[in-house]
Ligand binder design. Structure first.
Ligand SMILES: Cc1cc2nc3c(=O)[nH]c(=O)nc-3n(C[C@H](O)[C@H](O)[C@H](O)COP(=O)(O)O)c2cc1C
Length: 340
């Protein structure tokens, strides 16, 4: 858990927010001294131990004004004067520490089944890594630079761009790609809980993610059927049906087909920037101009990929539970088709 949390922790690299949170996880239930779970729910606490008055007072001083791109206005409409105003509460990226800790538990289970989930950055502010980064390349170059981009040359350009943007007090977005390898065919439900629907739910629930694609995604709109279809073949080596291409991104009919699950998510620029912007004072209904000078990241991308890994692991483990449970009670399925 701590290893996973350390990937997301702020203040790790010069590109991150200057906040230095330790993100130390304390386990208070469900695990014995020998690191074995007891079956009781695993209870965790991750204290927010960098809470200086200066930081809180700065947030308080902005409490009446809408921070453009932030959740302040919509939280105000929903919770009124009770909305958290000393760091944005549940709209803060801080909330994602709990997701990463939970994802580490899912990882421990998935590891035993040979299912590996890896996320990495392929684009920052329009600077793109090479096309079709393979699982092997992503694995070999995992976290070799501060932004976890497996294209090591392009990563240098991306880092330079982030440094430039940081100096301007501005921020940029980018693309995170996720590959899940070793997922057996047969995960996912056929109608409402299609695997792409539950994965999208998991990923789109992370703040700042504004788009998602599976496989060729929006690229399918430019292809003919003959170009979009992945051609199946029988693979002697693995003894299973495989596909010559993977434009489906590993899911057909809402159910995994045994190929890599490939997902791309769009991450918007960090909303809080140190540049004056027009806004509204919600209490006085005045149009005002404010510079929100708090601590923030020039891009969320370098800190969001571990959160993406965690959410995909959690969604896949949920799908595995359902699929295994279904198989356990459908004993009349011919075992030859049973790939789980
Ligand atoms: C890991 C992570 C870190 C974030 N850090 C910041 C930050 O430093 N400053 C900021 O304004 N928003 C940050 N956000 C984004 C906001 O949480 C998010 O954009 C905001 O709540 C509005 O929600 P929406 O963009 O999903 O609509 C972060 C999000 C994540 C997932």
């Amino acid at each position: 858990m701590q290893e996973e949390l350390d990937k997301r922790r702020p203040g790790r690299t010069p590109l991150d927010t200057p906040r230095k949170e330790r993100d130390k996880v304390y386990i208070f239930s469900g695990v014995m001294e020998d690191d074995i779970t007891t079956g009781t729910p695993v209870g965790l606490i991750i204290p927010n131990d960098v809470i200086e008055d200066e930081h809180i007072n700065k947030h308080k001083s902005y409490k009446e004004v809408i921070r453009p791109g932030q959740a302040g206005y919509t939280f105000f409409k929903k919770y009124g004067q009770f909305a958290d105003n000393i760091g944005a509460g549940r709209a803060s990226g801080r909330e994602t520490a709990a997701r990463v800790a939970g994802g580490a538990v899912a990882k421990a289970v998935l590891d035993t089944m040979g299912i590996d989930v890896i996320a990495f950055i392929t684009e920052i502010h329009g600077i793109k890594a090479q096309d079709n980064i393979t699982y092997e390349m992503a694995k070999a170059n995992y976290r070799k630079n501060d932004i976890n981009c497996p294209d090591l040359e392009k990563a240098k350009e991306m880092i330079e761009e982030l440094q430039r943007i940081k100096e301007q007090g501005d921020s940029v977005g980018g693309v995170v790609e996720i590959i899940a390898r070793g997922v057996p065919a047969g995960l996912g439900e056929p109608v409402f809980d299609k695997l792409q629907a539950t994965l999208a739910h998991a990923l789109m629930s992370i703040g700042a993610i504004k788009g998602i694609e599976f496989g060729a995604g929006f690229g399918h709109t430019k292809l003919k059927g003959s170009e979009s279809n992945d051609v199946p073949y029988y693979d002697e080596a693995s003894g299973r049906v495989r596909f010559k291409t993977n434009r489906a991104g590993g899911i057909l009919g809402g159910i995994s087909n045994g190929e890599d699950i490939r997902i791309r998510v769009a991450v918007k620029p960090t909303p809080t920037i140190s540049i004056p912007q027009g806004t509204v004072n919600m209490y006085t209904c005045e149009n005002v101009k404010v510079e929100f000078n708090t601590r923030n990241d020039p891009s969320i991308c370098p800190r969001i990929y571990p959160v993406c890994e965690a959410m995909v692991r959690i969604a896949l483990l949920d799908a595995l539970y359902v699929a295994k449970g279904y198989r356990a009670i459908s004993s009349n399925i011919d075992p030859r088709w049973d790939l789980l």
